[in-house]
Design a protein around this ligand. Structure first.
Ligand code: SAH
Length: 256
């Protein structure tokens, strides 16, 4: 039997219309779709009849085990000759472990393609009315994991470089770590009054945004009970929201 093919597809940040045309074609033509919690389930309505839909968030086991099981499933299904879409939130190569999956496919001689997606660190701010760059306010932008903590030995970030050298920083997986992130940036030289926005469930109907400064955002986030998934966006560009916010005001009317 001929080997199938795997498409590592970015589903976009949440609004189902933000998937690419090519990503949508992959969904429509696949025999098997393995999808994550952060990929909008509405996209599965476009799968062909009889397609096998596997929710990776419900696979049994701990994080590492689940990832191994995903690898096994990708290989197994492709070996059966199936066309497989691996659907991930945002972009598959931005904190999506897409590269690990690609490596497994290479190691097993399985053909694959990567279909980029719109990443949440840019899209969630955009839907909150915040551009990540701006001629007057930001000429550099970094995508950073907010997950690591020093006391757990997981923090490999160059905080002084981030604090002093980058205008806009999008922290992914950072809500739980917000006090630590703000503290590190201040300690390493960022002004305590630097603006911060948190965008929860960006680009979806559930989107909520709160803003403050490195000094005040912790209390504001706590009060609003902002939770995962959210982007922590740091930088002067956050002030532009006051003028150009658009989505939250009429999202009820424009998106189904
Ligand atoms: N590959 C994804 C990121 C996966 S890591 C991408 O490119 O967007 C998971 C983190 O992404 C979450 O902790 C959160 O910080 C961010 N995220 C994903 N979807 C989001 C959304 N709709 N709104 C806000 N943040 C989101």
């Amino acid at each position: 039997m001929t080997i199938g093919k795997v498409f590592l597809v970015g589903a976009g940040p949440g609004d189902p219309k933000l998937i690419t045309v090519y990503g949508m074609e992959c969904i429509q033509e696949s025999d098997v779709i393995l999808y994550d919690r952060l990929a909008n389930e509405k996209l599965l309505n476009y799968a062909k009849e009889g397609a096998e839909l596997i929710f990776c968030g419900k696979l049994p086991g701990k994080h590492g085990v689940i990832q191994e099981r995903i690898h096994e499933l990708l290989v197994e299904k492709a070996m059966e000759g199936k066309v497989v879409t691996r659907l991930k939130g945002g972009d598959p190569f931005v904190f999506g472990r897409g590269a690990e999956e690609a490596e497994v496919l290479v190691n097993n001689g399985i053909p694959f393609e990567v279909v980029p997606g719109i990443t949440s660190g840019i899209a969630a701010p955009a839907y909150a009315g915040i551009p990540v760059t701006h001629r007057d306010h930001a000429t550099s932008f970094a995508i950073v994991t907010g997950h690591g903590r020093e006391e757990k030995g997981q923090d490999f970030l160059n905080w002084s470089a981030l604090a002093q050298g980058i205008d806009t920083i999008a922290f992914y997986m950072g809500v739980g770590n917000l006090p630590y992130i703000c503290q590190q940036l201040i300690v390493h030289g960022r002004h305590p009054d630097t603006r911060v926005a948190l965008v929860e469930w960006g680009t979806t109907k559930k989107q909520r945004t709160v803003t403050g400064t490195l000094q005040t955002i912790e209390a504001i986030a706590k009060q609003a009970e902002i939770a995962h998934p959210a982007i922590v966006l740091v930088g002067d560009v956050v002030q532009l929201r006051e003028k150009i916010q658009w989505f939250e005001e009429y999202k009820e009317n424009i998106r189904s």
